[in-house]
Ligand binder design. Structure first.
Ligand code: SF4
Length: 280
């Protein structure tokens, strides 16, 4: 097996769900490399937050974006180098608060990237403030009396925005998570995976998830209305069953703006190189 893990000191808390996502991703990239995708053609973009350290810990091409801009950075990389496979890891605060507009437009344009949200439903790096997916009543550091807002449902948002691959995984269902991540990366178009992640320190929902999750089996992933209904079963706050799996998958033209059609990949690379030479 290739060495996908760097020797950087890992500062994630013991039991953190980030480890599961990192190892699921590592296994998928290794599979894909075995199947003929050269490791150097993968690019991993991260945002800001605990999840973002994955850019330091994965031994591959990585790019640390600023807060919430992972989708935009990933889209830019894909635009410049359509031959690369671009994966954007984001946190739930990162993607659904600071970066929500970029996420929506990535989906709207069906940009050919994969967005993996490490959704622990708390700002872990800044010690426990609520995020857009924290449940109603969550007693975070910034809301000691409990959050008074309802959480957003990111799957509904992504379906409504035009994402052509919408899925949900869970860090304590590793094999299932790997299968979802692999399908997402291989999907041509905007792939979105919300991963329910344990924050061992500030929001450990292990028991809550374990009691409610179920795996989708035999659902028609081409049925948009059915996907929407399934996405609405659980609102990120209630005690309803929580579906895991691929909710929706559809082939559709990617990137309505697209890279400049009259410019070859070689010309584009030369032009980008020239701009970088001038600016850096
Ligand atoms: S604070 Fe939470 S998300 Fe951050 S490293 Fe610790 S367990 Fe993981």
């Amino acid at each position: 097996m290739r060495s996908w893990i760097t020797d950087a000191q890992n500062t994630w808390c013991p039991g953190c769900g980030n480890f599961s996502i990192q190892h699921a991703l590592k296994a998928v990239l290794d599979d894909l490399a075995d199947e003929g995708h050269p490791p150097e053609t993968f690019v991993l973009v991260s945002g800001i937050g605990c999840h973002a350290k994955i850019a330091d810990y994965m031994n591959m091409n990585t790019f640390y974006s600023i807060h919430g801009r992972g989708t935009a950075a990933a889209a830019g990389i894909k635009l410049a180098r359509p031959d690369l496979t671009v994966i954007s890891c984001a946190g739930d605060g990162d993607a659904y608060a600071e970066g929500l507009d970029h996420l929506i437009f990535g989906a709207k344009r069906n940009t050919d990237i994969t967005v993996i949200v490490h959704d622990n439903r708390v700002y872990g790096l800044t010690t426990g403030q609520y995020t857009p997916t924290s449940k109603m009543g969550f007693p975070g550091r910034s809301t000691p009396a409990g959050v008074r807002e309802s959480p957003i449902n990111p799957l509904e948002v992504m379906l409504a925005s035009g994402a052509t691959f919408v899925a949900r995984g869970y860090t304590r269902q590793m094999d299932h998570l790997k299968s979802i991540l692999k399908a997402a990366i291989l999907h041509r178009g905007f792939s979105f995976v919300d991963v329910l992640q344990i924050c061992a320190t500030y929001n450990n929902l292990t028991d809550y998830y374990n009691e409610r999750i179920y795996l989708l089996d035999g659902n028609d992933t081409g049925d948009f209305d059915a996907a929407f209904r399934t996405a609405r079963e659980w609102d990120y706050s209630s005690d309803a069953p929580i579906a895991l799996g691929i909710f929706y998958r559809q082939e559709a033209p990617s990137d309505i703006w697209g890279p400049p059609g009259t410019v070859s990949a070689e010309q584009r690379r030369e032009e980008i190189g020239r701009i970088l030479q001038e600016k850096i």
